[in-house]
Design a protein around this ligand. Structure first.
Ligand code: NAD
Length: 295
């Protein structure tokens, strides 16, 4: 069993660290927010008062922070205090360039390093069924895999440093665009007199089938697992979808890739966030489609 420093005990990091404790690891957890520390303590995490205390003597350090800026700032302290040769695993969703910068700094300072963002949301974090998309060397992947397993349904090696983030971004580009398309299809159908049930019965077994339709359907009462059944309480918040779509559009600009649908989906989620929808599940974008349709 390993000693793991865990930094960022929020909606995701809280339950992820609890699953590591459950698997028998010693977890030294740190967060800026006292309430997050209290919850983690109740789940058996040894909570500490600084990043330096969290990484002291740890075999591996996992970061689960809001953005690349937070990760890079936190790495200043991690690199100064972590045990030589420790494995640094960043599971936050961050810009590919930030992920590669963090990796370079870690490797130069003599640490192992992987980016390992996740898919599966807070429900996956709680159930220990996240998908980890890992970027880094073969060796570092094999070191990370057993540590990630108690939090995971799947741990997939996606290539070199930063490729975990590239994979996450591309996956969420598909997800954001498909949620908008499914929402538009339901609203168009309802305005033309088609029942939600009829569209669902056909599309869910036809070529329109996708996760946004059959797992997190934006219309309530069609799919058991949908956040629409819970008044669009997230789940995966629209603010986080906007964050991920912005990462994709910025990477597309940097690489000269024409992602026309991705840019449009980003604009629609930007508008929805601006209109106050950011705290709702990203499936609530259907409300925005209705609101912006002619009455
Ligand atoms: P969150 O805001 O709930 O948690 C982040 C935590 O980091 C907060 O508790 C904050 O206090 C802490 N923090 C910030 N700076 C810190 C520092 N310097 N030292 C210690 N703690 C610090 O966010 P979350 O929903 O847990 O998401 C975390 C990451 O996971 C994000 O990058 C997000 O994009 C990604 N993600 C989230 C979901 C989801 O459904 N929530 C799904 C997949 C990926």
């Amino acid at each position: 069993m390993a000693v793991i420093g865990f930094i960022g005990l929020g909606h995701m990091g809280g339950p992820m660290s609890a699953n590591l404790v459950e698997a028998g690891h010693t977890v030294q957890g740190y967060d800026l927010i006292p309430a997050a520390l209290e919850v983690a303590t109740r789940h058996g995490v040894t909570t500490v008062a600084s990043v330096a205390d969290a990484v002291a003597g740890a075999d591996a350090v996992i970061t689960m922070l809001p953005s690349g800026k937070h990760v890079l700032e936190c790495y200043d302290e991690v690199l100064a205090a972590a045990k030589p040769g420790a494995l640094l695993i960043d599971s936050s969703t961050v810009d590919v360039a930030d992920a590669r910068a963090a990796h370079e700094r870690a490797v130069e300072a003599g640490f192992g390093s992987v980016d390992a963002p996740v898919s599966g949301g807070t429900a996956g974090a709680e159930a220990g069924t996240l998908t980890f998309m890992v970027g880094g060397s073969e060796d570092d992947f094999h070191r990370a895999e057993p540590l990630l397993e108690p939090m995971a349904r799947k741990v997939i090696h996606c290539g070199g440093p930063g490729n975990g983030q590239v994979t996450k971004m591309c996956n969420n580009l598909i997800l954001g665009a498909s949620m908008v398309a499914v929402s538009e299809a339901f609203v168009l159908g309802e305005r033309l007199g088609l029942s939600h049930q009829a569209l669902y019965d056909v599309a869910s077994i036809s070529t329109g089938q996708c996760w946004a339709l059959t797992t997190n359907c934006p219309v309530p009462d069609l799919v058991e697992t949908s956040r629409a059944n819970h008044d669009y309480e997230p789940g995966f918040a629209a603010a986080l979808m906007l964050k991920d779509l912005r990462l994709a559009t910025s990477a597309a600009e940097q690489s000269g890739t024409d992602i026309a649908i991705g840019r449009l989906a980003t604009e629609l989620y930007r508008r929805f966030n601006e209109e106050g929808g950011g705290d709702q599940d990203f499936a609530a974008i259907i409300k925005s489609v209705r609101e912006h349709s002619d009455s």
